[in-house]
Design a binder for this molecule. Structure first.
Ligand SMILES: [Zn+2]
Length: 251
């Protein structure tokens, strides 16, 4: 009987552990673009799906970066906060980060780093979790301020987004390369957030110049999508192509 209980407890626990090679996301990028900023999934729950990731918070209150199982909130003042695990997120993507390979990156910017990654990982129909650690000669970041109802669409918010630029900073880029077929559901291509080594500064990465660093890649072949249990997405039309809006918001 005791053995049975132990075996049962093991499977129960295993069921709660994050799966390797699985990307888990809550809601969709087009829902966020449409102004669905009310949080649906708690930070605590997101951490059951992974220890690495990016996203935003309830009411669009800043950028989220998850590194080594800890969630960081970069608010519109550019500073990094430790959010309560009860705070909910309207959009986030996580995974259990177990790198399959790593390589050095020297004197690259966002574009050249992206092409090096594409060259090394030419299968565009595969999700990649990407971690770049190193010294950044320059990095351009942004965050977003918390919004009030009625929520404006993201493209309106991003017109007045605070932008931060830093020179000679050591830190880590956390992010994903998402396949083109996931258009409308997640941000296709590379989407990066940044945290300085001392966890005082960060944000959504607009551009960077990396002096010297290391890139780790985790290839992921499973994709779990969590949609809100309530009818939050009921009254929005998610059938339209929002590529132009997304480009304005991300870059
Ligand atoms: Zn972002």
């Amino acid at each position: 009987m005791k053995k049975l209980v132990i075996v049962f407890a093991f499977f129960l626990l295993a069921g709660c552990l994050p799966q390797a090679n699985r990307i888990t996301q809550t809601s969709t990028i087009d829902a966020l673009l449409s102004g669905i900023y009310d949080g649906q999934t708690s930070c605590r729950q997101m951490l059951t799906y992974g220890d690495f990731g990016i996203g935003t918070f309830d009411k669009l209150d800043g950028e989220m970066a998850i590194l080594n199982g800890k969630i960081y909130q970069i608010k519109s003042d550019g500073k990094v906060y430790a959010p309560s695990s009860d705070i909910k997120t309207p959009f986030a993507t996580v995974c259990k980060f177990i790198p399959d390979s790593q390589f050095e990156l020297k004197t690259v910017n966002f574009k050249t780093a992206e092409s090096i990654i594409d060259e090394k990982f030419p299968n565009q129909n595969q999700f990649l979790a990407i971690k770049i650690t190193g010294t950044f000669k320059h990095i351009k970041l942004r965050s977003v301020p918390a919004q009030k109802k009625p929520y404006p669409p993201l493209v309106e918010v991003s017109k007045t987004q605070p932008v931060f630029e830093m020179n000679d900073v050591f830190g880590t880029i956390v992010g994903f390369r998402t396949p083109p077929f996931a258009k409308g559901v997640n941000v296709t291509g590379c989407h990066f957030h940044f945290l300085s080594k001392d966890f005082t500064q960060g944000g959504h990465v607009l551009d960077f110049k990396l002096a010297d660093g290391n890139c780790q890649i985790d290839k992921c072949n499973e994709w779990l999508l969590i949609l809100p249990k309530n009818d939050l997405l009921q009254n929005i039309d998610l059938s339209k192509d929002k590529t132009t809006e997304l480009r304005k918001v991300e870059k």
